[in-house]
Design a protein around this ligand. Structure first.
Ligand SMILES: [Zn+2]
Length: 458
């Protein structure tokens, strides 16, 4: 079914892809089913055949196209080679605009998207560069490209992001907007020189509405009451904790979406803004413009918010402002980097918030992780659907500490963390490990996956 007349580049540029053949009939998938000019053009390309057209959803189209690219373009090499002479800049410029490089980068984006990747890693090795995608939290190798092509891709990214193309000794950060008919991406770029060349990491943020609801994140039914309490609260501080990539932002976005009713003003300060939420005032932190979390927080009080979301509490200034907002009748959500929920109570104190203040504002602390779900097609054996990992998609593991009157008193009294832990144990506190065990027992995930994510039970 391969036909040289329809190159991947043509397919990408025109939003069409051949999906199959049966006898003399050729089947095509189109992004825009009403494009009669394109249909006519295709029919003229295949005068001997009957051509059947079908409109594809952007996701379906991306998948087909990335498969096509994977077959034909991704690993082919070009005749370009680098020159180290004085005209290096113009050569790089030239290479970076070269159609194969543009196509290669597009195909990498498309393949990453079709595999639901959150990040793309392009790492220089001794002879070639490895491309890996982070899928459901883990890196999966996708293939390699030659050194020359990696240099060209790097140059193209630098040009798109307005970075210094000739700089290859210092790290550079930037971002680009990728807009096509099929998708819209905010891509964060980090380039760091290594001993073999460069390590390039692209963080993909799809500009889309939040694709989840609070119900679909996978929180155990045992936590429903805690979540309902949070949604009914009118003031106080709710903390969501966990390491990077544990789904904190997604949980908060889903909560805000539920709270987003016409009679409330919700302001969120984020770095970066990961989901676009209609009806919520989302503000992007910018170190460059000195719009840090605390600087923005100081400003937003005049915006008369009811609910405030702080992407992350990193310093005492932000912590103090968050507490102040919660004390003055706002419902405040924030994330913190701690291993478990109990540590969050103490992190605020270590930052310099007095225990009585913590006790006065703290309403609920959530600790969460994401664990991969068993692939429903192959049941962990590995198949095409799960990129041979045995897992597809992730679900939330969590522990909730609702700050009751009794607990609040203990916190206010400066109780030692071990004593508080014992108190919670006595109250049959359900930990991340308990939650994980239940998810393994019900066949959602595996013991091995839990151990990978949580380590050995503490
Ligand atoms: Zn599978």
């Amino acid at each position: 079914m391969k036909n040289p007349a329809l190159s991947p580049a043509f397919c990408a540029a025109n939003g069409i892809v051949m999906t199959g053949a049966e006898g003399r009939t050729l089947f095509f998938g189109m992004l825009h089913g009403s494009d009669t000019v394109l249909k006519t053009r295709i029919k003229k390309t295949y005068p001997e055949n009957h051509c059947a057209f079908k409109e594809l959803l952007p996701d379906e189209f991306n998948l087909k196209l990335s498969q096509l690219y994977a077959e034909e373009t991704l690993y082919e090499t070009t005749g370009n080679s680098m020159d180290t002479g004085d005209n290096r800049a113009s050569i790089i410029d030239h290479i970076a605009d070269d159609a194969p490089v543009v196509n290669l980068l597009n195909s990498i984006f498309l393949e990453a998207l079709s595999k639901r990747a959150s990040d793309i890693h392009i790492e220089s090795g001794r002879a070639e560069s490895i491309i890996r995608y982070r899928i459901d939290g883990l890196l999966i190798e996708s293939g390699t490209i030659t050194r020359d092509r990696a240099i060209a891709v790097s140059a193209r990214l630098k040009i798109l992001a307005n970075l210094n193309v000739l700089e290859n000794r210092r790290p550079q950060d930037g971002h680009i907007d990728v807009e096509t008919d099929a998708y819209s991406l905010d891509v964060r770029i980090s380039i760091i020189p290594t001993i073999w060349g460069e390590s390039i990491v692209l963080r993909l943020l799809a500009r889309s509405d939040l694709p989840f609801t609070l119900d679909s994140l996978g929180f155990s039914g045992k936590y429903k009451k805690h979540l309902d309490d949070i949604l009914r609260a009118s003031s106080g501080l709710v903390l969501v904790t966990g390491p990077t990539g544990s789904g904190k932002t997604t949980t908060l976005a889903a909560i805000l979406k539920e709270l987003n009713i016409k009679s409330t003003k919700i302001i969120s300060i984020e770095d970066p803004v990961e989901y676009r939420l209609e009806g919520i005032t989302q503000i992007q932190v910018s170190e460059e413009l000195e719009l840090t979390f605390d600087a923005l927080l100081r400003r937003i009080f005049r915006q008369d918010p009811d609910i405030i979301m702080i992407g992350e509490i990193r310093d005492i200034e932000t912590a103090e402002l968050a507490v102040r907002a919660a004390l003055t009748g706002h419902l405040v959500f924030a994330t913190l980097h701690t291993n478990n929920a109990l540590e969050a109570v103490y992190r605020l104190q270590n930052m310099g918030i007095p225990p009585y203040m913590v006790s006065a504002v703290l309403r609920t602390v959530i600790a969460q992780r994401l664990i991969r779900k068993i692939c429903p097609v192959c049941n962990t054996k590995g198949c095409v659907e799960c990129s041979h990992t045995g897992y597809v998609g992730r679900t939330a593991l969590a522990e909730f500490i609702p700050v009751t009157v009794e607990l609040s008193d203990l916190i206010a009294g400066g109780t030692h963390i071990e004593k508080l832990r014992m108190y919670l144990q006595k109250k049959k506190f359900r930990t991340l490990y308990d939650d994980a065990d239940e998810k393994a027992a019900s066949g959602i995930t595996t013991k091995a996956e839990i151990q990978r994510e949580l380590g050995v039970r503490q």
